[in-house]
Design a protein around this ligand. Sequence first.
Ligand code: T46
Length: 132
Amino acid sequence: MSNYKLIKIPKIEDRRGNLSVIEKDCVPFDIKRVYYLYDVPSGAYRGGHAHKALQQFLVALSGSFEVILKDGKNTERVMLNRPDQGLLIPTGIWRELENFSSGAVCLVLASDVYDENDYIRNFKTFKSSKRT
Ligand code: T46
């Protein structure tokens, strides 16, 4: 699957600690919403849907978790565990998030505001949308 992307986030290293910055050229969309997942209990599963139009950029600000990506034909598993790397998920990709470590924080930058109508929450519907 070639349409997701791992993107390096610039890191400014310092004896006082590191600073990473996400500016407009790092993410290929205008950011309209920011949310984050945290206090995820061990064994919990998030996602389990695709978006019709939304693009998102996920960063493991702390800890780690895995993202399973499906395009209707292929499946890939990506581990996010560094605050200086983000996963760009383009439109039309099914995603599942699991194996959250203790203290993991998943930051999400989104290309649009929240809209439940943009979700495809049924995998069969997702698969058939890929065929048409
Ligand atoms: C995604 C993964 C990574 C809102 O009211 N506003 C929001 O911006 C969001 C994201 C959710 N909600 C409500 C909708 C549900 O009642 O919060 C509740 C939990 O949402 P959901 O079950 O969709 O959460 P996740 O973690 O399964 O999925 C979320 C995003 O929805 C999704 O786009 O890619 O995080």
